[in-house]
Design a protein around this ligand. Sequence first.
Ligand code: NDP
Ligand code: MG
Length: 395
Amino acid sequence: MRHNLTVLGATGTIGVNTLDVVSRHPDKFRVIALTGQNQIDKLAQQCRQFHPRYAVVLDDDKAGALRALLAGGETEVLAGLEALEFVSALPEVDSVMAAIVGAAGLRPALAAARAGKRVLLANKETLVMAGRFFMEAVKEHGATLLPIDSEHNAVFQSMPAGYDGNPSTHGVRRILLTASGGPFRTRELATLKDITPEEAVAHPNWVMGRKISVDSATMMNKGLEVIEARWLFNARPDQIEVVIHPQSIIHSMVEYLDGSVLAQLSNPDMRTPIAHSLAYPERVEAGVNWLDLARIGTLTFENPDLRRFPCLGLAYQALAAGGAAPAILNAANEEVVAAFLDRRIPYLSIAATLDGVLQRLSGQPADSLDDLMAADGLARVAARELIAGADVCRA
Ligand code: NDP
Ligand code: MG
């Protein structure tokens, strides 16, 4: 029987890679719904290729444009956040690929979890913002959560079968998250202030969306991933360690009490974790190049330097503070990354602004999802104020 899919964020990097894997296995997967935001032509083309029952965009104007492009076809076009939630919870859907970028991905991913779906989670911001509530929803509604983020997918594959979210009962000592170190790993510290958006989005190993590319350059991405790992594997912060591995061949590791370390290796191509989660527990061909270790030759490792990557330290701080701090960090980060990409702030102001927002907003309540959404809103306001202030820009 074919597996029915909704792909949230189909027009993005993860969405396109997902559809590439799906297109290789028409006997195994069927697309029920695709969603996008601005790239209407691309979404229309995807609808013509995959014939989903629904296509969803956020606003009515874009929906009108998409309807015109798909006139006479079998795809019904819907608009709005509720429509994203609707296609995430459809009874005929088995799996939901959650690949919207940023906090906007939370509600549709939560709708999928509450509908008991198999959630293929790329949107790490969901766990950073609301990890406790999301994991509770997964448990309460019998959903299955499979990580798409390459590091977490590697950890998942390296964990013992039947891992129940308790490291100590499985002899797990540490999770080692690998990080490429991004484009600025060896750049002269004195020149970090001159970094341009073009330099920041040019990742040495991965092709990704603009936001996550900047996050990789600052290593905020790894910080968000530490928080993501905390929730996915129920690990304490001191059980999650980051190691820089510039070749991006080992995607992460699990260390056991007996000294064994298990790792997952592959070429840096997101189709591997995507295919793993789409077919789990089976394996399907993903279209990737086979790993040629002799050609790669050398795998190297180093510790991250927090002077070079202060955002990683800020993420550990937010995780230790708990409560609303990770949601605040996540929302403020979205604002500062957008400001950096628009050339409204220099590179070094990214971490300085985030530090300022975290200090300003300590102790916000986090007893409900509404509290976290409120903290998200306050963080955006605080970040915009600091971005507008000259002090941070000079920091
Ligand atoms: P992209 O920016 O390439 O794609 C984002 C997708 O979300 C697009 O389909 C976009 O639509 C849609 N979108 C953007 N904003 C909204 C919104 N407000 N409401 C609804 N839809 C929206 O991002 P990536 O594919 O790179 O990343 C997606 C997620 O996966 C992120 O959370 C990222 O952290 C995570 N991830 C990505 C990896 C990668 O290799 N790319 C690796 C690991 C995790 P449109 O383009 O039509 O405007
Ligand atoms: Mg990752």
